[in-house]
Design a protein around this ligand. Structure first.
Ligand code: ACO
Length: 351
């Protein structure tokens, strides 16, 4: 069985730093509230017009490609995870293909929010295992700062998120003990609306009793129900989150999916060199660490500097850990994510 390995990692975060203090000019919040609940001290915001989800992804991809010792012409498939794409459609993958002047290779966008990168990695892993592709570019990138409610109304969500991109190159492993050992993907749509952005969409309020929105022409069988003035006026174009509900589920599913990956391969938490959890919230990571009985040096966190970058958080953290010498050859590394859907996932890697 050919396994896949991560042959190179790259990351890009915008230069512009937004501190907790800086957010107080837009909304009623405080450094103390944000640090205490989330551990976040600052986050990065992309240049309003000069940077997009795709341009940040390309910067991360260039580094990953160089570190893998290949060129963009060697890439034979792109998998792009994001919830903040440049366009509603087409996805960002094709924009990467175009802007990096790659061959006419396949490009797939993945919409699994905070779990998006691990889902994307798992898809890439299957293509390498079957011998279909040799160099897959897997990206997670987000430009949250463009689509959040920066008034006090949206503060429970807006203070958490930041912008950035991470990328890896997947290749067939040459050493039989090395590579991605297994991936584990889960979902429970029962709580789909607990962490969600409803509009624009085709739901027509179907899931909350079927009431159509007031300013649509309801007698017409077709047309304009994707966006309305009412949606904008009622702030229904921003992400919604029931924070406590997310917290409760996350602290159960994170440990569960990490144990699943370890058990599958005959390991215990003590064998882990590094856990790279999705950077949802420092309090969640600390709870998971405690549940698993891991030491501080076994868990990597950087949410303090970048906030929660959703699909980008794991590849950014993995890249930073690697740059700091915390991921070395032969190390046992676990990636784990939980997020909107709910979806959750893990990948166990022998580096
Ligand atoms: N600044 C100041 N006050 C705030 C802010 C803010 N940014 N946001 C909310 N508040 C206020 C609320 O208005 C409320 O005030 P009230 O008591 O007067 O009504 C009070 O703080 C408590 O609000 P809650 O929403 O109940 O806040 P909670 O204590 O639950 O903390 C948080 C919110 C940090 C989101 C918490 O629920 C949490 O950690 N949830 C986990 C979810 C998470 O981290 N999601 C990340 C993204 S999803 C993912 O990646 C999986």
């Amino acid at each position: 069985m050919i396994r896949s390995k991560i042959a190179g990692t790259g990351k890009y975060v915008p230069e512009n730093i937004m501190t907790n203090e800086g957010l107080t000019q837009y909304m009623q919040t405080s450094d103390e509230w944000i640090r205490e609940r989330t551990g976040i001290q600052e986050r990065r915001y992309a240049d309003r017009t000069g940077e997009t989800t795709t341009t940040m992804a390309i910067e991360a991809a260039k580094i990953a490609i160089e570190r893998a010792g290949i060129t963009k012409d060697d890439i034979d498939f792109i998998i792009f995870a994001t919830l903040s794409p440049d366009y509603y459609f087409p996805g960002c993958g094709v924009l990467v293909q175009r802007e990096m002047k790659m061959k006419e290779i396949g490009a797939l966008d993945v919409r699994n929010q905070c779990s998006g990168f691990v889902y994307a990695l798992s898809i890439g892993d299957q293509f390498i295992r079957t011998g279909t592709y040799k160099n897959i570019l897997v990206i997670g990138s987000e430009k949250h700062s463009f689509g959040l409610d920066f008034s006090t109304r949206g503060r429970n969500v807006s203070v958490i998120f930041g912008d950035g991109a991470g990328a890896v190159i997947l290749q067939p492993a040459t050493n039989e003990n090395q590579g991605i050992l297994s991936t584990h993907l889960h979902s429970d749509g029962e709580s789909a609306e607990v962490l969600a952005m409803f509009n624009p969409g085709t739901h027509a309020n179907h899931w909350n009793g079927g009431q159509t929105l007031a300013d649509f022409n309801q007698s017409s069988p077709v047309g304009d129900m994707f966006f309305s003035h009412e949606m904008i006026e009622k702030a229904q174009v921003y992400p919604n989150m029931d924070g406590p509900a997310v917290f409760k589920k996350a602290i159960v599913k994170f440990p569960e999916v990490i144990h699943e990956a370890l058990n599958k391969n005959g390991y215990t938490p003590a064998d882990l060199n590094l856990l790279v959890p999705h950077q949802a919230n420092l309090r969640i990571s600390q709870f998971v660490q405690q549940q698993l009985g891991l030491r501080d040096d076994q868990v990597f966190n950087n949410i303090q500097k970048y906030g929660n970058t959703t699909a980008a958080s794991i590849p950014i953290a993995l890249c930073e850990a690697w740059e700091q010498g915390k991921v070395k050859e032969n190390d046992l590394v676990c990636l784990a994510a939980f997020g909107s859907g709910f979806t959750w996932a893990s990948a166990l890697i022998r580096w």
